[in-house]
Design a protein around this ligand. Sequence first.
Ligand SMILES: [Zn+2]
Length: 407
Amino acid sequence: MKQSQLFTKTLKDAPKDEKSANAQLLIRAGFVDKLASGVYDYLPLGLRVKKKIEEIVREEMNNIGGQEILMPSLTPKENWEKTGRWTVEEMYKIKDEEMGLGWTHEEIITPMIMRHILSPKDLPKYVYQIQTKFRNEPRAKSGLLRCREFAMKDLYSFHSDEKQLDDYYEKVKQAYFNIFEKCGIRNETFLTLASGGTFSEYSHEFQTITPAGEDTIYICPGCGIAINKEVKKEKCPGCGGIKFREEKAIEVGNIFKLGSRYSEPFGLKNENGDFVIMGCYGIGITRLIGTIAEVLSDTKGLVWPAPVAPFAVHLIELSMGDVEVKEKAEEIYRILQNANFEVIYDDRDDKTAGEKFNDCDLMGMPLRVVVSKKTLEKDSVEIKKRQADLSQLIKIADILSNVQKSI
Ligand SMILES: [Zn+2]
């Protein structure tokens, strides 16, 4: 994409009402725009990141047998009354309080699945969606970390017994770690024991360490397990260790063994008359965007890992009105695109070299490629990874292999 055509503009200063680093950077770089507290527009660059994260999540869910569906956001009161969750404060109620905007979907999927799961041989089944969710959130001041409208992946599993659920639960854990690995935050993300509800002693959260996080977790250096502050015990349940490291963290995912918490009120049984055992598994898609922005950014701007970057390459021409340099840059743009690299090409004529470099660092693509009169004198371009201190000259003839190697 040519940057001269991109309708979004970068901002020098962050908006005054936006306190969180993730929202400041994402707004300044033109990825999102704030409409209201906890409600954001996703602009072309931000939407590309969102779609890439969704695709990573979708691939991992499909790998563990997930079948994708889409349930409505608009949900009837009677479903929520069955489980006693109509009155929770998160629920946005509309249409004379007869409908609510879904903030989770157990109450919708459980009665739906009853029409399809009839016998024990229909089990297990795994169904997920990537859906816009709504939460009436009084504390929406952390940018994309806590929104009133947000995108979430929610997976629900249905089992005939606890053993089946336990086995699947472990598969989901691994799939989640694969997702966080591809999103570049695996090293900062800890499987965290949290309060478990009715069915098991603990549930599990995936908590990513960042000073912007609203949760406090205790990490056991012995076994690497973390414990949420709300369930902290004297000894580590993993290894019995007694020393912990306290960190601020943001919850990027959670997994729950629900047991029959939702199958009972809706009467979801198999033909043997047993209640179906359920699990549910969430990942905040848009929260992940905010988390990556918090964790991986530096003083110059955003730093996107290649799998979620809106573009792999930020090509910059410094032609200063020189037609030959401009033409060569256009040619390199075509060469990279023809080799299927995603390229944003800064072809703007009204920006200085310094402005182009600053925007490039702020937007945070993995690799910068610069074409100028100086580089062309050596039949070369200059390449630099986003966080590298130094750039290197490479021959134009070798550009594809070098770009491939660098992202
Ligand atoms: Zn431990």
